[in-house]
Design a protein around this ligand. Structure first.
Ligand code: PRP
Length: 172
């Protein structure tokens, strides 16, 4: 059980960063009608806030992947728990993640996506932990680089809990 939660990134700081990412995405995609794909469950809050700040036509889909189960370390075994609904072929896809840690989940998903022949694939991650990377992942839009601590909140869980915290916190 976590003994204490400490704030790492305050909600106001997250809001400013999400707005900045939204402006960059708007600028780059212009009239390309991107398909934003959130990797569930962790991305649901970030994606919900991000799309409301992007002022242009876009579509949204989700895939549910899991690699952690109830562990704090990635198992490296990615499971597809629920599939995409929208066709990806020919679409400009922007993958939206809450956190890139080892990179294994995202690397798996980008490979999976590319087999479906999208027009382009980019990656937007609210947070990343470069110290933990086990595979090369190119992050096109990055919010915060975070230290190697177990972080929770704003969609990110510990054992299914704490996703509803408005700030990003770490467990001591
Ligand atoms: C978390 C997070 C990312 C992934 C990142 O998902 O949402 O998808 O881990 O870790 P990695 O870079 O080491 O692969 P998790 O498997 O915990 O599922 P969840 O999104 O349902 O919480």
């Amino acid at each position: 059980m976590p003994t204490e939660l400490k704030i790492l990134i305050k909600r106001q700081e997250i809001e400013r960063e999400v707005a900045r990412l939204a402006r960059a995405i708007e600028h780059d995609y212009k009239d390309n009608n991107p398909l934003l794909i959130g990797i569930l469950k962790g991305s649901f809050i970030f994606l919900a806030d991000l799309v409301r700040k992007i002022d242009m036509p876009l579509e949204v889909d989700f895939i549910r992947l899991s690699s952690y189960g109830s562990q704090t370390e990635s198992s490296g075994q990615i499971k597809v728990l629920s599939r995409l609904n929208e066709p990806v072929e020919g679409r400009h896809v922007l993958v939206v993640e809450d956190i890139i840690d080892t990179g294994l989940t995202t690397a798996y998903f980008i490979k999976y996506l590319k087999r479906k022949r999208p027009a382009s694939v980019r990656l937007c991650a609210l947070t990343e932990k470069p110290s933990r990377r086990k595979t090369d992942v190119q992050i096109d839009y990055i919010g915060f680089t975070v230290p190697d601590k177990f972080i929770v909140g704003y969609g990110i869980d510990w054992n299914g809990k704490y996703r509803n915290l408005p700030n990003i916190c770490y467990i001591e």
